[in-house]
Design a protein around this ligand. Structure first.
Ligand SMILES: Nc1ncnc2c1ncn2[C@@H]1O[C@H](COP(=O)(O)OP(=O)(O)O)[C@@H](O)[C@H]1O
Ligand SMILES: [Mg+2]
Length: 404
C-alpha cells in the first residue's frame, strides 16, 4: 500500500480505497472460506430423524437392522446418525407403504390424467414481506425454506433482496460468487432474459434449491420505469410469475425473501405469490410503520388489479417475530394485534433467541448448527418456536391443497 499524496484527486483516492478494501475482503474470505469450502448440513441423531419423519425411533432401528433404507453413519458408541439425504431416502421408502399418500412426502399430488403440469395441487409461492428492515424476513424465509425441505417438500428459495442476506446464509457470497450475474434479475430483465433454470442452484440440503441475489437486482427497479415509458415492460408485475411458470413442475413451494421496500421487485413478488407472510416485530414503532406499509400495499394491489390482474391469494398471515414473552409492552401490542386481526395472526410466534442471532453470526440457521453448540434449553426453546411457526405454515399449504 502506498500512501496517497495530498494532491491526488478525490476519485483516485476513492478508487484506491475501493481496491484496498476489495483486496482485504478477498484475503479475509480466503481465510474464512477457502474457495473449495462447501457448507454442509449437520447430521441428525436417530431420535431427531424419527421426529422429523413422524415415526418411532424403534421403527427406524428395525428398518436399519433389517437393512431396509439408507445406511446411517454409526458412532463409536453404535449410535445411528442420519444425513439429510438419508432422511429423504427414508421418506421415499416409507411413502411407498404409507397409510395415506403424502404422509412422508407432503408435496403436490400428481394428477392421474395429466392436468396442467401433471399435478392436482398448484405450486405454492410464499412471499415474505414487510418494508421494515430487521423485521425478521430473512430469518423467517431461511428457516421456513429449510424446514419445509427437511419435511420432504421440494423447495425453491429466492433471494429478492439486493442486500442478499439469504444468499450469504446459504454459503453463496453475493460479492464474489456472482460475477457474471446469476440472480433472478437475469431471468426477469426486459432485454434478453435467460431461462430461470440458468440461475437456480442446488444447495447442501436435499430438496432445497436457491436463486441467489445481489445488488444487480436493483437494475429491475431502474429498468422498469424506462421499459414502461418505452412501452416495453408489458405486464411488468408478472415477470416473476412468468419466470416461475417455467419450473412450476419442479417444486412444491417457492419462498421469496422480499426487499425491505415496496418497489417493482416486491410488486412482482406479490403478483406471483399465492401466500403472503407479513413479519411483524411487536414494538410500537414497527407497528406504526406497518399501518403505512399495509395502506401502500393495498394501493399498489389496486393499481395492479385495475390492469386486470387477479390479485386473489390463497392466504395471508402476520407472523410475530423476535417476540419476548416477558416483555409487557410487547404483550400489549400482541394482544392488540390478535384482537384486531384475529386468526390472520399466526398462533405460533417466532421467539427472540440468542441461539438464532448467534447462528446468524456464523451464517447458519438454527437448523444447521449442532444442538451441543448452545445451552440445551436455549436451543430447544428456539427450535420449538421455529418449528411451530413453520409447521403452522405447512398446515396452511396442506389446507390450500384441500388436505387436513
Ligand atoms: N428470533 C430472533 N431472535 C434473535 N435474533 C433474531 C431473530 N430473528 C432475527 N434476528 C436477528 O435480527 C436481525 C434482523 O433479522 P433479519 O431476518 O435479517 O430481518 P430482515 O430480513 O427483515 O431485515 C438479524 O441480525 C437476525 O440475526
Ligand atoms: Mg433481510
Amino acid at each position: 500500500m502506498s500512501s496517497i499524496k495530498q494532491t491526488d484527486n478525490l476519485n483516485s483516492v476513492i478508487r484506491q480505497h475501493a481496491e484496498w478494501l476489495s483486496g482485504q475482503l478477498h484475503a479475509q474470505r480466503e481465510n474464512l472460506f477457502p474457495p473449495n469450502a462447501q457448507k454442509s448440513m449437520r447430521t441428525f441423531t436417530s431420535g431427531e430423524a424419527a421426529t422429523l419423519l413422524g415415526v418411532n425411533d424403534s421403527y427406524l432401528r428395525k428398518l436399519h437392522l433389517e437393512g431396509r433404507g439408507p445406511s446411517p453413519a454409526l458412532t463409536p458408541g453404535n449410535r445411528r446418525h442420519y444425513s439429510a439425504q438419508d432422511i429423504h431416502d427414508l421418506r421415499v421408502l416409507l411413502e411407498k407403504t404409507a397409510r395415506k399418500p403424502g404422509d412422508y412426502l407432503p408435496g403436490r399430488r400428481v394428477s392421474p390424467e395429466g392436468s396442467e403440469h401433471g399435478y392436482i395441487d398448484h405450486l405454492q409461492v410464499i412471499g415474505v414481506m414487510n418494508f421494515k428492515g430487521g423485521s425478521g424476513k430473512t430469518t423467517t424465509s431461511a428457516h421456513l425454506a429449510q424446514r419445509l425441505a427437511l419435511k420432504g417438500y421440494r423447495v425453491l428459495a429466492i433471494d429478492l433482496d439486493p442486500q442478499a442476506s439469504l444468499t450469504a446464509l446459504h454459503g453463496v457470497q453475493p460479492e464474489f460468487d456472482l460475477h457474471d450475474g446469476g440472480t433472478l434479475y437475469d431471468a426477469i430483465r426486459y432485454d434478453s432474459p435467460v431461462p430461470i433454470a440458468d440461475v437456480i442452484r442446488k444447495t447442501y440440503i436435499p430438496n432445497l434449491d436457491l436463486i441467489p441475489g445481489n445488488l444487480e437486482l436493483m437494475e429491475f427497479e431502474h429498468e422498469t420505469p424506462r421499459a414502461l415509458s418505452q412501452g416495453k415492460a408489458g405486464l411488468f408485475f408478472f415477470r416473476v410469475k412468468e419466470a416461475l411458470m417455467q419450473v412450476d413442475g419442479d417444486y412444491d413451494v417457492v419462498v421469496i425473501d422480499c426487499p425491505p421496500q415496496l418497489g417493482f421487485l416486491t410488486m412482482s413478488a406479490l403478483s406471483a405469490a399465492t401466500g403472503v407472510l407479513v413479519t411483524i416485530h411487536p414494538e410500537m414503532l414497527d407497528v406504526m410503520s406497518m399501518s403505512q406499509f399495509l395502506r401502500m400495499t393495498a394501493d399498489l394491489m389496486d393499481v395492479i388489479a385495475e390492469s386486470g390482474a387477479d390479485m386473489s391469494h390463497d392466504w395471508m398471515r402476520y407472523l410475530l417475530t423476535r417476540y419476548e414473552p416477558a416483555d409487557a409492552p410487547q404483550n400489549r401490542i400482541v394482544a392488540f394485534l390478535r384482537t384486531m386481526y384475529g386468526d390472520k395472526v399466526l398462533n405460533a410466534p417466532q421467539l427472540k433467541s440468542t441461539a438464532i442471532s448467534d447462528a446468524g453470526l456464523t451464517k447458519q440457521t438454527l437448523y444447521e448448527v449442532e444442538r451441543g453448540a448452545f445451552t440445551r434449553s436455549t436451543y430447544d426453546r428456539a427450535v420449538e418456536s421455529l418449528n411451530a411457526v413453520n409447521d403452522e405454515i405447512s398446515e396452511l399449504i396442506q389446507r390450500t391443497w384441500g388436505r387436513t
